[in-house]
Design a protein around this ligand. Structure first.
Ligand SMILES: NC(=O)c1ccc[n+]([C@@H]2O[C@H](COP(=O)([O-])OP(=O)(O)OC[C@H]3O[C@@H](n4cnc5c(N)ncnc54)[C@H](OP(=O)(O)O)[C@@H]3O)[C@@H](O)[C@H]2O)c1
Length: 320
């Protein structure tokens, strides 16, 4: 009953839940990120404590209520369990549609109609060939992050994040993976997926696959540099949970190469599912949140390491 009312409301007002979520997240991050960057000293502690997390967490007076809403940063690993499963499910549906040459099951179409605010809001913008390529790449990314966060990464026990960051992580992957299906052949009522062929992949798409692969492997290398900072190089045992100064690889040019490559991966997927408005919003959202985080991280490194390399930028090599 409640679900039907919500469905009717979304339909009447043509509200696409995923677009609204990405847009809302972007507005919030830009407003609070700008306030933190420009007028942090005069902001109330609850804003600073809620927004900052990990190594650049708020160091001033703690607000008890906000502290109670904090969860271990190691819980990042939870949303990659979800993201990997969700991406696998999407990949399975895309593949099944192409192999069986059938439209997605009715319950999937109903669910997609619901989140898009009605079937009228779902026109075909992505062909099934491109959707398959994008789903494979997204699944690879979620799989690698699942592996890293659950088996490799060393989170300090002290590192915390606000519950809102934790919820945003789930919503991000929920929306990003659905974005690959919402306007896709075989997932839009009355459409059928076409057969897959490598010859249908355009030159631009091949280029984007290359950029994605490069970013994917460089993000892994950057994450391993961070992991190894906390290990004894001879024994491989964890020695410290401190935040140290990373060097090597793309850390020589930016403070947060893993965030730079995160953005590049989303941009390269844009070259593959280019006409999807939802994916464009996802890219804007990822860019804004990674930029804000990278700026705070860069400031933190400069404040904490006197010998921090002057030429190193925050996020984009040689530029920013
Ligand atoms: N797509 C999106 O919208 C989105 C949003 C957020 C994050 N992400 C991605 O998720 C990944 C993780 O993000 P994050 O914010 O957790 O990055 P992060 O703060 O750099 O942390 C990554 C890992 O490295 C450790 N670490 C960080 N700096 C270190 C240092 N100086 N010395 C030793 N260890 C250090 C952290 O330990 P501690 O936990 O102890 O700090 C954590 O285990 C990134 O690749 C990012 O691009 C994506």
């Amino acid at each position: 009953m409640l679900l039907e009312l919500v469905e009717q409301y979304l339909k009447n007002n043509k509200i696409n839940l995923i677009n609204t979520t990405f847009l809302g997240f972007t507005v919030v991050i830009v407003i609070f990120g700008s306030l933190i960057t420009v007028v942090e000293p005069i902001l109330p502690d609850f804003i600073k404590q809620s927004f900052r997390y990990g190594k650049h967490k708020h160091n001033g007076p703690e607000i008890a209520l906000v502290s109670r809403m904090e969860v271990p940063k190691s819980w990042f690993s939870h949303f990659y369990v979800f993201a990997f499963s969700w991406a696998l499910l999407a990949l399975y549906l895309v593949l099944k549609g192409i192999i069986m040459h059938t439209t997605a099951p009715d319950y999937v179409l109903e669910f997609l109609d619901f989140v898009a605010g009605g079937a009228e809001n779902r026109k075909i913008l992505i062909n099934s060939n491109s959707a398959l390529v994008a789903s494979v790449l997204m699944t690879l990314q979620c799989a690698r992050r699942f592996y890293e966060t659950n088996f490799v990464q060393i989170f300090s026990k002290k590192s915390k994040m606000n519950l809102s960051h934790y919820m945003v992580g789930y919503l991000h992957y929920f929306g990003a993976i659905l974005a690959l299906l919402l306007n896709t052949e075989g997932f839009v009522r009355g459409s059928l997926p076409s057969s897959f062929s490598f010859t249908k992949i355009t030159l631009l798409q091949y280029f984007c696959i290359f950029v994605f692969h490069f970013s994917w492997s460089q993000q892994y290398k950057s994450n391993m540099i961070l992991v190894n900072l906390r290990k004894n190089p001879n024994t491989g045992k964890v020695e410290t949970e401190k935040h140290l100064m990373p060097t090597g690889g793309f850390f020589n040019v930016v403070s947060s190469p893993h965030m730079f490559f995160e953005i590049l991966m989303y941009v390269s997927l844009l070259g593959i599912v280019g006409k999807s408005f939802t994916w464009k919003l996802a890219v804007v959202w990822v860019f804004s949140n990674q930029l804000m985080n990278a700026l705070l991280t860069h400031k933190w490194y400069k404040e904490n390491f006197k010998n921090y390399p002057k030429q190193r930028k925050a996020l984009i090599p040689f530029l920013l």
